[in-house]
Design a protein around this ligand. Structure first.
Ligand SMILES: Cc1cc2nc3c(=O)[nH]c(=O)nc-3n(C[C@H](O)[C@H](O)[C@H](O)COP(=O)(O)O)c2cc1C
Ligand code: SF4
Length: 517
């Protein structure tokens, strides 16, 4: 008799709310009852608010049970959940969950669906088809497809990926590199992690594709140390791919050599900045480099290097498989394709939502997120990490489009969306922005190194009610200096959240005096 397949995610968020205990309890009870099951530790679908999301394979469907606790398992067996039986935790078929089916799953389509460390499962779900197609159509055609897709870097700056790859490809060198930025340091972001934990071979294929397109034979993944599970999954996936001939010399007889090394960061935010990351990869202190030269011309060890974030790279296999035009069909204006938005903070249904650009922040927060977790009104939303501006409730109808965000002094960045209700004090958030910069500054340039520390002091005086108007002017001047004279976006963009607080939430400075630090 065929064993019933039960899926329990092995993904950091799911594990943090008890997925491992649920998996152990399911295995224990099945054994005790003599039920024949196959327990599969899949990745997450990204509906984090439903974790641990347990699925049972019934005929050709997967029936989902949400927020399952180990204590529920006996009752689930009693309710005949191996046949999809009814229970308070039962949601229904996974493919009918509105949160999931209303998305545009281009990059994350395998996450949750497959068993991350099964190469067979990956191959059965179009694994390595894009790389094989690339061997047939050639490197130029790959770069042209990426250019036609309009794909822009998803790590923050939104630089066109095709142009970056073309620059590396056209630069003569005996050695080139692909450096995958998996530092994912922005607050409220977790899309890279969900992809690495849920589809590690997908990232390996993506990096090999990038290497093939630009003529690089070595790739590095710069992974933040706070992701131990992603580390162990990637380590095993790299070994498996190597053993099966998908990494290494002469990949599957193509004549193309490519291998990947995993490198752990040490908890520095600024090491996510691409040149600081390259310094760190070279074994040096993570201090930002002057640009030019661009990493595409002189990057890792002085050689031409593609630096892309995980999600940018992982968007490419389907661009090769399905065509750049198809990808460009999603989105609006110059923001083509999809982005994996991440809903976090004070929101009822936190998680990942991959959707074509153009929907509004309000749609994301209300339609997917279900509003605030506290049920109180939204007061502010920070999009794009700690360097992103705070949007007011009145700005939530801004479409998620790079240029529309630039137009209101904000940025989309890595797509992290952190929601705050009306109990937040925004003066404290402005202080936090400056304090964060002071803590994380690499120290290379004065406006950021000294300016952020002075910024904290000025804000403290404003909160304390000391010469509030003069200090307001001083803070604006300091923001001008940091924005105009910092060497990188760390010091250059810290003024964004601060200015948005000054502009829209100035009254919170007097209220802050009454709140705890
Ligand atoms: C202070 C700072 C931190 C950054 N942190 C990250 C990060 O954690 N992950 C990331 O992919 N990009 C980060 N970036 C952006 C990178 O410098 C770079 O633009 C990106 O890795 C390029 O890849 P993409 O074109 O695919 O976006 C950061 C930039 C700055 C200024
Ligand atoms: S802006 Fe800050 S992080 Fe960037 S180079 Fe200057 S000191 Fe370093």
């Amino acid at each position: 008799m065929a064993r019933t397949r039960i899926f329990v995610p092995r993904e950091t968020a799911a594990v943090s709310v008890g997925a491992d205990e649920v998996a152990i309890e399911i295995a224990r009870q099945a054994k005790q009852r003599g039920d024949s099951i196959q327990l599969i530790r899949n990745g997450s679908w990204g509906a984090t608010w439903l974790e641990p999301l347990v699925e049972v394979g019934v005929e050709d469907k997967r029936i989902a049970y949400g927020n399952v606790e180990a204590a529920d398992v006996a009752a689930l067996f009693a309710a005949d959940f191996l046949k999809g039986g009814d229970h308070a935790r039962r949601i229904g078929p996974t493919i009918e969950i509105p949160y999931l089916i209303r998305q545009d799953r281009w990059t994350f389509w395998r996450c949750g669906l497959i068993e991350p460390l099964s190469l067979d499962d990956f191959l059965a779900h179009q694994g390595f088809t894009a790389l094989q197609k690339a061997f047939d159509i050639g490197a130029d055609a790959v770069i042209e497809a990426v250019k036609a897709s309009g794909l822009r870097g998803r790590g923050g700056a939104g630089f066109p990926t095709g142009i970056k790859w073309r620059t590396v490809a056209d630069t003569d060198s005996d050695q080139k590199y692909v450096a995958c930025n998996a530092d994912e340091g922005d607050s409220g972001t977790f899309s890279d992690r969900i992809l690495m934990e849920g589809d590690p071979f997908g990232l390996i294929e993506s990096m090999a594709l990038a290497g093939f397109a630009v003529g690089a034979s070595r790739g590095y993944i710069y992974l933040r140390s706070e992701y131990p599970l992603a580390r162990s999954i990637l380590t095993r996936a790299i070994e498996t791919a190597r053993e099966a001939g998908w990494l290494g010399r002469d990949i599957r007889g193509s004549g193309f050599d490519f291998d990947i090394e995993l490198h752990l960061g040490a908890g520095s935010y600024v090491c996510g900045e691409e040149t600081a990351m390259l310094e760190s990869l070279e074994g040096k202190q993570g201090i930002v480099r002057y640009k030019p030269p661009l990493p595409a011309i002189e990057g890792l060890f002085g050689k031409p290097t593609v630096v892309n974030t995980v999600v940018t790279l992982a968007s490419v296999p389907n661009i090769v498989n399905l065509g750049g035009d198809k990808y460009a069909g999603y989105g609006v204006n110059r923001s083509t394709g999809t982005l994996a938005f991440q809903l976090a903070g004070n929101v009822r249904r936190g998680g990942l939502v991959e959707k074509g650009f153009g929907l509004t922040v309000r749609e994301l927060i209300e339609d997917w997120g279900g509003g605030t977790a506290s049920g109180r009104p939204v007061k502010a939303v920070q999009v794009g990490g700690p360097l992103g501006a705070y949007l007011t409730a009145a700005q939530l109808d801004t479409p998620l489009d790079y240029e529309a965000f630039t137009g209101i002094g904000a940025m989309i960045g890595h797509g992290g969306i952190v929601v705050f209700d009306d109990t937040v004090n925004m003066a404290r958030q402005a202080r936090f922005a400056m304090e964060f910069c002071a803590l994380e500054s690499c120290g290379k340039c004065t406006p950021c190194r000294i300016g952020s520390t002075r910024g904290v002091e000025v804000i403290d005086r404003m909160i304390a009610g000391i010469d509030r108007e003069e200090n307001y002017d001083l803070l604006v001047e300091l923001c001008d200096t940091m924005e105009g004279a910092s060497l990188c976006a760390m010091g250059g963009m810290t003024p964004y959240p601060v200015r948005s607080v000054l502009k829209y939430f100035a009254e919170d400075f007097s209220a802050a005096a009454e709140t705890d630090v």
